[in-house]
Structure formats: C-alpha cells, structure tokens
Design a protein around this ligand. Structure first.
Ligand SMILES: [Zn+2]
Length: 522
C-alpha cells in the first residue's frame, strides 16, 4: 500500500485542451469564430495550460480564430496544429505569432498502416520528414510539440528512432497518441516507460498522452500514461472529438484531483469552472451531454434510490467521492422518484419549506408514490403542487372517484363518479368541450349556484408527461373560493380543482352558517 502523497508533493500534469481542434473535428461540432474566442476565455479562466485553438492551414476561418485567440489569451499557451509540411508550419507560425506563449504542434504518422496506406513513405522517409518538420518549426517558434500519429500501433524500435530524431531537432513536447483508441492502460503506460528508457535524450522533453475513446478507455489510458511518465494530457471538454471522441478534460482533471493522494499528480485547472465550460461546449456544438456522463452529466450528482438518498442525507461521502459544488454543479440533487424513500421525501419537503405532520406526510407520501409510478421525473414543482393540493384541500366532503371523458369531433361527454360525504354518486353530462362536460357532470351530482370565475391550466414542469396544474375560482354571494389540483391528465386535474373549490366554498359557508345537507343543493 503506497503512502498518501501530500498535495504539495504531487507532480503537476499539463492540461492540453484540444476541444477547438480535435473536438471540432467531430462531425457537426463546428464552432464559429466568436464562439471559439469565448471558449478560449473560459479555458484560460479555468487554468488550462495549453489551448490548441485550431489547424491554421485547414481554412481561413481556422487561421483567423487561432490568430485572434493568440491576441487575447495571455495566461495559457496557444497552440496551432501543422502537418509535416512547410506550408502548414509557416501558416501555423503566422497564426500564433501574436501569442504571448505560442506553440507549433507538428505531426506525422509512424505506424505501418499509415505509412503504407496513407503516406506511402518508408520508415527512413518518415524519419527524414520528422527532422525537417521539427527543425523548420523550431526555427519559427521556441515551443514545438511533435506527435507520432498512431504511435500505439507503431513498431517500438521505429518509434524510439522517431522520438529521438524529434527531440534532437528541438521538440520540447513529445506526444504519443493512441489515435484509433486501440490501446489499454498497462500497454499504454509501458509504451511511455519504454520510450523514455530507450531514447537517450528523453529527459529533454515532456511526454504527452492523446487518447481516443473507441473502446471507452481514453481516460483510463491517459491516467496510465501519466503513471508511465507522461506529464501532459491532451483532452477535450465533454470528451468530444473524432469518432468516439477524446479523453474528457473534466474526467482527467477530477481523476487526478480526487485520487491525488494515491496517484501523486494534480493539475492547475480550477474545477469549479468545469460545468460552465461543459454547458457552453454543449450549447455551441449542439451536442447534448449524456445524463449519466461522469462529472458533468445531469445525473452525475443525482440520487434517486431510497438507500442512496438515506446514505447521502446521513453523510454525503457515503455515495459521493466529490462535491457537486467543486465542479460548478448546484448542490447534490436528491431526485424524487419511485425508488425514493420516506426519509428523503421528508427531507426534500423540508428543503422546499414544508414541515408536515405525520398524517399529512403519510398522505403526501402515498400521493407522491402514485405520481412517481405515472411520471418519469418528479420535479420539485410537482412536489409543491402535490403538497399544496393536499394542504389546500379543506374538508374533503366531495372527492373525485372516477372520470371518463369522450372528446373529439363527435361531441364531448363526461361520465363522473363523486364521493359525497362518503356516498358514491354517478352522473353523465355533455358540454361545449370536454371541460364543460366535466363541470356539468359535477353540477348534476352536486347542484350549486356558484359561478365559475376562473379556470386556468398550466404545465407544472417540462416534458410530455408533465403534470397539468389547474386552478378554479368559484364565487357565490360574494364568497370566493379557489381550488387547485395537479394531475398528468388535464381533465382529471380540472375535475379535482373544481371539486376542491367547491369543498373550500362549503367549508367557508359552514364556518359562516349552520350545517346543510350537500345533496339537497346549496
Ligand atoms: Zn485525436
């Protein structure tokens, strides 16, 4: 068991963000000039070390964005990508020229698959291209990074020769990408160890990991690379990138932070900006973030099961290894759903400002479970509507037992059963519209003189299964009573709201006058 590494002693890992380069290569993820500038500011504020702002030779738009970012960013290094070609390198140097700290990132493929099928170059020709490209870049910029594209499928000896040549030509960062997401942690870590061991001047360069997620191992491989000697990790916000994406920056940063004691590494990124960056990238790319995505997913800090909620309420460390606030997410979210327990329900209501007595709580809990069976998400607003509904309900002399409505172009009718002072009564009525038919049926069963002053429907929450919240106001002899009800079925909610208003009107009257039999009409 390794001794915990104190924060002061942890090695620093350089965070290299490629959201605007590799990330933007995701089909459909193109970002505008202004969006790139805004993102660069967020990344700089987060404390990202290197911002790969684009591929200047690729388009004028890319060139302009890299140059503009080079003008505004002062804390982070601004990097542009270039193939092992003079025109690319010159264009890249021009783009990053305004940068306080600029970097040229040049690359060439080294694997047999790429040499034979894409480059059609021999090993020696590739080696020559490495030397020429890095030398040219070094003549234009002090900070040059060299990448061996498809390093993980390259013959080890040839890889050593290429890395050695790049370092001798002046590259200060050596990036060994798992370009096709083929590697796994032990293997990737071993590759770094072997390169560092077998390349004489390896101590003159910083080694960098760049992992794709084709097998879902990008983050694990990146952490393994750090354990193998890498001190830079290339990653992207929300893990966007070619095909299945890149290692996710937020996951790298938090893995280092949360497990720093064991891993012995950390970065300078301030995680409190993570959620903001994630939401911004999601907004500008139109790529939604998976609900269960680590760190930034909507459910990353949401707990629904009763057991977990109970644990969370007793001590958050029972089910959370980091605090949502640490990554800029609001507080832990105890999602109320059909798995939620009574303890969490009571605590949630307290958080919403309700401290119900035992009976009211039991009744509300039963209604909550009924709703949770019907509705996928039970939002705070649903709970408020549910409890208000229960509290608003005065004496429950009248209750909706059963409602069936026929509506459509062939006319509307409602079949209704009410319990009136615990006696069930049925009626059927038609009307100008389904709501009118329902209210007419209520009149059939409980004749009354009250006039309808307000009928209002609004959705409690978003979503097609949202509850409808209905408010009804009745008036009789200057006495006004309102009733509210919420239900996933608008007509049921309408019937219940009307009945609640009637109940309130009666209990008002009762407080005003001697007891009267409901059935005989008011
Ligand atoms: Zn990549």
């Amino acid at each position: 068991m390794t001794a915990p590494v104190s924060a002061a002693k942890r090695d620093r890992v350089i965070i290299f963000d490629t959201t605007m380069r590799d990330g933007e290569q995701s089909p459909g993820a193109s970002m505008s000039y202004d969006e790139k500038l805004e993102l660069a500011k967020i990344l700089e504020e987060m404390g990202v070390d290197v911002i790969e702002a684009g591929f200047p030779i690729a388009s004028n738009g890319d060139f302009e964005a890299v140059r503009a970012i080079s003008q505004i960013v002062t804390e982070s290094t601004v990097c542009g990508l270039a193939r092992a070609a003079a025109v690319d390198i010159d264009r890249c140097a021009e783009a990053i020229r305004p940068a306080k700290r600029g970097r040229i990132h040049t690359f060439i493929s080294t694997s047999p698959q790429h040499r034979d099928y894409i480059l059609k170059l021999s090993q020696d020709e590739v080696l020559e291209a490495v030397v020429q490209s890095v030398t040219r870049a070094r003549n234009l910029c002090d900070d040059v990074e060299w990448s061996a594209q498809d390093a993980t499928r390259t013959e080890p000896d040839f890889l050593y020769r290429c890395v050695d040549a790049a370092i001798r030509a002046g590259a200060r960062t050596i990036n060994l990408p798992d370009t096709v997401g083929y590697s796994f942690p032990e293997e990737y870590a071993a590759m770094f160890r072997n390169v560092i061991l077998n390349v004489p001047d390896s101590d003159k360069a910083i080694f960098s990991a760049h992992c794709h997620n084709d097998l879902g191992l990008a983050v694990a491989n990146s952490i393994a690379a750090v354990q193998g000697g890498a001190r830079q990790v290339e990653c992207a916000i929300n893990g966007i990138g070619e095909r299945a994406g890149n290692a996710a920056l937020e996951e790298i940063v938090m893995a280092l932070k949360v497990r720093g004691e064991t891993l012995g590494f950390d970065s300078d990124v301030d995680p409190v900006h993570i959620t903001r960056a994630s939401r911004y990238v999601s907004a500008i790319t139109g790529f939604p973030v998976q609900f269960n995505k680590a760190i930034v997913g909507k459910n990353a800090f949401a707990h629904e099961s009763g057991i977990h909620q109970d644990g969370m309420l007793k001590n958050a460390e029972t089910y959370e290894i980091m605090r949502p606030e640490d990554v800029g997410q609001g507080a832990t979210n105890l999602v109320m759903g059909k798995h939620s327990g009574r303890h969490a329900f009571r605590e949630k209501l307290k958080a919403l400002g309700y401290d119900l007595g035992q009976n009211a709580l039991n009744e509300a809990f039963v209604r909550f479970k009924e709703l949770a069976d019907k509705k996928k998400h039970v939002f705070d607003d649903d709970l408020i509507a549910l409890v208000d509904d229960a509290l608003a309900r005065g004496s429950e002399r009248i209750r909706v037992v059963h409602l069936r409505v026929v509506a459509g172009t062939e006319g509307q009718s409602a079949e209704l059963t009410l319990s009136v002072d615990d006696v069930e009564k049925k009626a059927e009525a038609s009307g100008d519209g389904p709501v009118d038919a329902v209210f007419n049926a209520i009149h059939e069963i409980v004749p009354h003189a009250a006039a309808l002053r307000l009928f209002q429907v609004h959705a409690v929450t978003e979503g097609t299964d949202a509850q409808a919240q209905v408010s009804v106001r009745l008036e009789e002899d200057g006495r006004i009573a309102t009733g509210q009800a919420a239900d996933t079925d608008t007509l049921t909610a309408s019937a219940k709201a009307y009945v609640n208003a009637l109940n309130n009107l009666f209990s008002r009257k009762e407080k005003g006058k001697p007891d009267t039999a409901i059935a005989s009409g008011f």
